[in-house]
Structures are given as structure tokens and as C-alpha cells.
Design a protein around this ligand. Structure first.
Ligand code: MRU
Length: 347
């Protein structure tokens, strides 16, 4: 199975390298990123995307800032780094991991008192975030694989795979780990309008790994669940408050449908995605460009006179979630993210 990273620091070239996801599946291209403006564009355009990958990108973003801010005076240097960090933070508001990765590297830099030293610390911390993310995905995979029957069909939405993380994936990590453990897992990937992360990315990743994957349009999911052929829904998350799971738009409708058909609805996510002090209504849902909905390729499908809405995420109330699969353990109902987090880690 493919365990290569989605984004990594190339220390020979002294730059961030990443797989350009908007080009997949047609073209596999690695981009070398050396500036904050280029990284901000990459995140806004979803060249880098998926909550855990955004956490890693946020960390490396601070390292790029530390390498590129020009000032010998340490306070002015740190001011510049923090300004750049805020630019990266503002690119996408919903996935909490982006700000989490930024804050973690900024906090690590507090022990430095010279720009050179701060750069070294920033890069080391960002590398640690990337390494830990891969370890989390494998632990989530192992914990989640145990929940799947030996032969099963899993429905997933969007892409919570290797491409959304440093590698392996969260929801797709569960599937990969189950296959690795010898289970016979088939996957139904919902295409995920409007940007088709399911059709383009999930299908590409799984097919490359030889995992049986079938793509359906989002509106077919209810029919497939009703047919009795779906054994579980497994999705990732962009943010988990104490009362809701934020994930790609369309996740909520799968959760309702899964509940109606008595299909387990699992969320696979690392603790870095948890935001337990917040509630659903505190979280900003990113509204994206009209053109993402109106246009496919070069063709416009919606007339100029019609209004369009394009929220990128929705919130699934916690009571619709069967269990949350984390790197530590599986949280079952009644799910209390606040007490889980305080018992396991500082956040
Ligand atoms: O807009 P995207 O492609 O960044 O949205 C990604 C998702 O919604 C994923 O499901 C989520 O980030 C979990 S990734 C492990």
C-alpha cells in the first residue's frame, strides 16, 4: 500500500514539497513552495487540503515565514513571522487543524532568542507534526479497522485519505488498516460536489492501492443505504465541537440516512481536530466561490440570473454519530469530547 507523504520538507532544496491535488487524477505533480503568498494560494485553491494536511501545512507555513522574514532584530523578526502566520490562518476558517499547527510551531519558537535558532526550532516542530500525524493515522486505522466486519462495504464522503493527511488517512486509514489486516473491504465513494474530492481523490488513492472502489453521485447514497448493501459509513472531520462534527458538505445528509437505515456512522479523526470548548454555532462555515458550483470545466451550467450558495462544510449533530475513532481509542455514545480530551492530552 502507498505510504508516501502528501507534503514534506525537502531539506536539500529548503522548501515545502506537496502533491498538487487540484490536478488529480489527470496529472501527478509535485510543487516546491518557498513563500508565504504561494502557500496561502495553495491552501485557498485546495492544492493542499484536508484537515490534518492543513495542520501540517500551517506548521510548515510558520517555518517558511521564519526563513523568509528579513530582520536581525528578534522582536521585529517575530512580529513578521506572526503577521505571515495570520495570513495563512485566514485562508480557510473551518478546519481547526490549520490554526492548531500554526499555534503549535509559534509556541515552540518561544524558547528562541535569535532568528536562526527560531528557524531551526520551527522546522523541527513542523517535521514533528508531520511525523505525529502519520502515526495518528495508523493508530486511528488500527482502532477503526476493529469495528469493521470481515467482509463489508463502506460508504465514504469527500477525501479523508492520505491526500488529506501527511499520509495513510483517517477514514481511508481505517479502510487501509482493515484491508492490511486481511478484511475484504469494498468502498462506495460519493463524488462530493462541487469539487469532487471523492471522485477525483478518494477513487484515485484507493484504486492505486488496489482497493475495490465504486464512485456514485452524492444523490445516490440514500438508495445504496436502503439496498442493505452498505455496512458502515466512515468519514473524516474538519472540526469536532462538543455537540457536532464538521465535515464536507453532504456529510450531515449521510448521517441522517445512515440513522434511518440503522447503519453505523463512524467519524475518524485525530485529537488535533477536537475543539471541545466550542459549540456548533461558534464555528464559521467557509463559503466558497460561486464558480465552483456554476461551472464544470469550461461549461457554465447555471444562468447568471440565478443565485448560488456554496458552503464547503456542514455540521452533523453528535447524537447521529455512532462513534468517533481517535488515535487513542473509540469514543462511543454518549460522546463527551470535553472529558475525553482533558483525560488524554492538553490542547
Ligand atoms: O474542502 P476540503 O477538501 O479541505 O475538505 C476536506 C474534508 O471535508 C475532509 O473530510 C476532512 O478534512 C477530513 S480529512 C482527514
Amino acid at each position: 500500500m502507498d505510504t508516501s507523504p502528501t507534503l514534506w520538507w525537502d531539506s536539500d532544496k529548503n522548501c515545502l514539497c506537496y502533491i498538487e491535488q487540484t490536478l488529480l487524477p489527470g496529472e501527478y505533480r509535485i510543487i516546491e513552495c518557498r513563500s508565504i503568498d504561494r502557500l496561502a494560494t495553495a491552501i485557498r485553491r485546495l492544492e493542499i487540503r484536508g484537515a490534518p494536511a492543513l495542520g501540517v501545512a500551517g506548521g510548515y507555513g510558520v517555518a517558511i515565514a521564519a526563513l523568509t522574514v528579513k530582520s536581525d532584530a528578534f522582536p521585529a523578526f517575530m512580529e513578521g513571522v506572526k503577521r505571515d502566520a495570520e495570513l495563512i490562518r485566514s485562508t480557510r476558517p473551518t478546519a481547526i487543524n490549520l490554526g492548531w499547527g500554526i499555534d503549535r510551531v509559534l509556541a515552540a519558537m518561544k524558547t528562541a532568542d535569535k532568528p536562526d535558532e527560531a528557524c531551526t526550532i520551527a522546522l523541527r516542530e513542523a517535521d514533528t507534526i508531520a511525523r505525529e500525524d502519520t502515526a495518528c493515522c495508523h493508530a486511528i486505522g488500527k482502532n477503526g479497522a476493529a469495528l469493521l466486519p470481515d467482509r463489508c462495504t463502506v460508504l465514504t464522503h469527500c477525501n479523508a485519505g492520505a491526500l488529506a493527511c501527511s499520509s495513510w488517512g483517517t477514514a481511508l486509514g481505517v479502510i487501509r488498516s482493515a484491508v492490511e489486516a486481511g478484511k475484504d473491504v469494498k468502498v462506495i465513494a460519493c463524488e462530493t460536489r462541487p469539487l469532487l474530492q471523492g471522485a477525483r481523490l478518494t477513487a484515485w488513492e484507493l484504486a492505486r492501492d488496489g482497493i475495490d472502489v465504486t464512485v456514485i453521485t452524492d444523490s445516490m447514497a440514500a438508495r445504496f443505504m436502503r439496498s442493505g448493501k452498505i455496512d458502515a459509513v466512515v468519514v473524516g472531520a474538519d472540526r469536532i465541537t462538543h455537540d457536532a462534527v464538521f465535515n464536507k458538505i453532504g456529510t450531515y445528509m449521510h448521517a441522517i440516512c445512515a440513522r434511518h437505515h440503522r447503519i453505523p456512522f463512524y467519524v475518524a479523526a485525530p485529537l488535533s481536530t477536537f475543539d471541545p470548548e466550542k459549540s456548533e454555532h461558534d464555528v464559521e462555515i467557509e463559503e466558497r466561490a460561486r464558480e465552483e458550483v456554476t461551472t464544470m470545466g469550461s461549461r457554465v451550467y447555471i444562468p447568471d440570473g440565478a443565485k448560488v450558495k456554496n458552503p464547503a462544510f456542514d455540521a452533523t449533530p453528535m447524537d447521529l454519530v455512532t462513534a468517533i475513532i481517535t488515535e487513542n481509542r473509540v469514543l462511543r455514545q454518549p460522546i463527551d469530547t470535553r472529558s475525553h480530551l482533558s483525560r488524554t492530552t492538553s490542547h
